[in-house]
Design a protein around this ligand. Structure first.
Ligand code: GDP
Length: 434
């Protein structure tokens, strides 16, 4: 999805505008249940165009100096966004800080839209012409608190989106390497790219593609490694903030077919590992658990079997994720990563014929009786696959209310026992037969 970032000096009303834009979308589309979203990073939609919105000002910094804050905001926007909205306010006219923000944004080739907030009445709207002096083109008057001008701004934003490029039309598999700091993500990425053939040919399109690295493995299969948290370009101020790294992981997960969640064998599992894992699971992507630093003395993890048990215990919802024990340092088993990514991608995109599914349903019905609620028994008629990635199955029944969680679980296990769904979540939905 295209990413839009709002940048600007403090107190111009960035979060009010952010909430306005988010709400425009929430009015039409229900929020997905169970998906934890960072407040400063949210899905939005205008006229059928979906995008992700970042309020860079909502990200907090250890070092509270305004200059630093503004520089970091601009860096995030320049790096992450497809369209940047510079927000200022008509109340104080053009300030030194506005000029500073504008200067930072001159560096980018990405489209920058200048919006002037707090233009609540015609008199104030007349004052926006001063803002031409910022050199960012036509200023658009908006009022975050009154909600005026937001539509015009959104029209302008979507008009600047990059041409939609269908990444799915080719057979490239997108995957990312995510995890908390210091688990060895960049070491893994560098080794993987070092050992495989990196295609240097420049892909046309957005700058974001330049951050992602395409490569082929020794079997000639094509991958795109999605860069997370500036893995290969370090030392930016903002990378220290946890909120930012979570946001970055979220955006990488969304763009991936398969996510490799890296854990550190030398430290064991931490709270932050669980949070990142939760995001990946909820996004419905393929997941591989990669236990790195397997070369180190296993103080915290014991044998592979012991550590696997701990992982299964701590990440019960990821019971479908395969586990690889690797070492980025020695290179041990790193070649298993692209192999497993391929297998998981094959599994998440497979389609199973309805006739085969119905045989399975028939056999399953002989194994376990269907649930009965208040004297009424669930009747299962037929099953069909309605989507891939993740594989989604609809079961037609007499009454969806009777589809007990445990029976849904049973059907999912039957699917897993009969087909290779390693690494991918599966969804089963009950529908009333008409
Ligand atoms: P990132 O923050 O997740 O990208 O982690 P880095 O790749 O920067 O690695 C953090 C530290 O762990 C560095 O000092 C690496 O040298 C070290 N490291 C990474 N992978 C391994 C490994 O497989 N074995 C050992 N012993 N050290 C590793």
């Amino acid at each position: 999805l295209p990413v839009v970032a709002i940048v600007g000096r403090p107190n111009v009303g960035k979060s009010t505008l952010f909430n306005r834009i988010i709400n425009e979308r929430l009015a039409i589309v229900e929020d997905e249940p169970g998906v934890t979203r960072d407040r400063n990073y949210a899905p939005a939609e205008w006229m059928g165009h979906k995008f992700d919105l970042i309020d860079t000002g909502g990200i907090t910094w250890e070092d509270g100096r305004i200059e630093e804050e503004i520089r970091a905001q601009a860096e995030i926007a320049i790096e992450e966004a497809d369209v940047i909205v510079m927000l200022t306010s008509v109340v104080n006219g053009v300030t030194d800080l506005d000029e500073r923000v504008a200067q930072l944004l001159y560096k980018t080739k990405k489209p920058v839209i200048l919006a002037v907030n707090k233009a609540d009445n015609p008199e104030q709207r007349a004052n926006i012409y001063d803002f031409y002096s910022l050199g960012l083109g036509d200023p658009i008057p908006v009022s975050g608190s009154h909600g005026t001008g937001i539509g015009d701004l959104l029209d302008e934003i979507i008009a600047k989106f990059p041409e939609e490029k269908d990444n799915k039309s080719d057979d490239t598999i997108s995957f990312s390497v995510i995890g908390r700091p210091n688990v060895g993500k960049s070491s893994i990425v560098n080794k993987l790219l070092g050992e495989n053939r990196v295609i240097v040919a420049n892909e046309e399109g957005t700058t974001r593609d330049a951050i992602d690295t395409p490569f082929t493995d020794d079997e000639g299969d094509k991958f795109r490694l999605i860069d997370t948290a500036g893995i290969r370009r370090r030392g930016k101020v903002y990378e220290k903030t946890e909120k930012y790294s979570v946001m970055r992981a979220l955006s990488a997960i969304e763009r991936s077919d398969v996510v490799c969640l890296v854990l550190d064998a030398s430290t064991g599992i931490r709270e932050q590992d669980k949070r990142v894992a939760g995001y990946a699971h909820e996004a419905g992507r393929g997941i591989i658990i990669v236990v790195n630093k397997w070369d180190m003395p296993k103080k915290n993890s014991g044998s592979a079997k012991d550590f696997e048990q701990v992982i299964r215990q701590e990440f019960q919802y990821l019971d479908y994720a395969p586990i690889l024990f690797v070492s980025a340092k020695t290179g041990q088993r790193l070649d298993q990563i692209p192999k497993m990514v391929k297998r998981v991608n094959k599994n998440q995109t497979q389609r199973i014929q309805s006739s085969v599914l119905n045989d399975l349903l028939f056999e399953a019905s002989k194994l376990v009786p269907t649930p009965m609620i208040k004297g009424k028994r669930l009747r299962v008629y037929y099953m069909t696959q309605v989507a891939t990635n993740p594989p989604t199955f609809v079961v037609f029944v007499n009454d969806p209310e009777l589809m007990h969680f445990s029976y849904e679980r049973f059907l999912i296990n039957q699917l897993r026992d009969n087909f290779d769904f390693t690494g991918t979540p599966i969804k089963v939905i009950a529908r009333k037969r008409k």
